[in-house]
Design a protein around this ligand. Structure first.
Ligand code: DER
Length: 231
């Protein structure tokens, strides 16, 4: 079972949670893209859903499949969000944002009665932080914000490099919301709750990629099949 097949298997399992008439949040990333495609096939067979995408690229993909779309403004209460993750720990705390969409993903996830994560099993970790933690930051005062993030990381028992995310052509990556993203290469985050609390206190931080107490379940597919953590 290669990682892409595992992602598709997890996505297919999440589709079992979808019932007619549901208001869905659609995640971003390669795993979520499998879910959107499989959902599109069910919509083509008559499944009735209304969906809010978590990024422009998910919106574009959903439109390709003629999935009925709404906006978070028109549909501020959702039943279920299905999204990927870059890491998850035993308490179902996540690192997200690898795809640069974690601000809208977190808003949509928290507007949902339930958020279910779909992953391949390689995302399972005991301690978060091997994956660099994305933080969406305001473009004003970037260097001040970068230093404050580093101080917050150190105060939380982490250390490492804070790097501005660039596009392949070397320009600063700009999110769907017009902000920059810095990636925090911390290696290990011993106290994610404390780090999250310190990050939200920084004025230039728009949103960080730690999802704590948000995911109700993680559907993880790997060589030994599908495992479901949480409920
Ligand atoms: O950017 C994101 O938060 C994505 O959901 C990411 O965390 C997972 O992306 P993947 O499914 O391509 O691994």
């Amino acid at each position: 079972l290669n990682p892409d097949d595992a992602k598709r298997l997890a996505a297919a399992r999440a589709l079992d949670l979808v019932t007619p008439g549901m208001r869905l949040g659609l995640g971003t990333g390669t795993t979520a893209a499998h879910f959107v495609e499989l959902l599109g096939l069910r919509v083509a067979q008559g499944l009735q859903v209304i969906c809010v995408p978590t990024s422009e690229r998910t919106r574009t993909q959903a439109q390709l499949f003629s999935i009925p779309l709404s906006t978070i403004e028109a549909t501020p209460e959702l039943d279920l969000t299905v999204d990927g993750a870059d890491e998850f720990d035993p308490q179902l705390r996540l690192i997200k944002g690898g795809g640069g969409a974690h601000l809208r993903e977190k808003i949509v996830a928290m507007a949902s009665r339930r958020m279910v994560v779909i992953t391949d099993s390689s995302k399972a970790v005991v301690t978060l932080g091997k994956f660099p933690l994305p933080v969406e930051v305001n473009v004003f005062g970037l260097e001040v914000t970068r230093r404050m993030i580093l101080a917050a990381a150190k105060a939380s028992g982490c250390d490492g490099e804070i790097r501005l995310r660039k596009t392949p052509s070397g320009h600063p990556f700009v999110s769907d919301n017009g902000h920059f993203i810095v990636d925090c290469f911390l290696g290990s985050i011993p106290d994610p709750n404390q780090l999250a609390a310190r990050l939200v206190a920084i004025p230039g931080v728009v949103e960080h990629g730690l999802f704590i107490g948000i995911a109700k379940a993680v559907i993880s597919a790997g060589p030994d099949g599908v495992e479901i953590f949480g409920e």
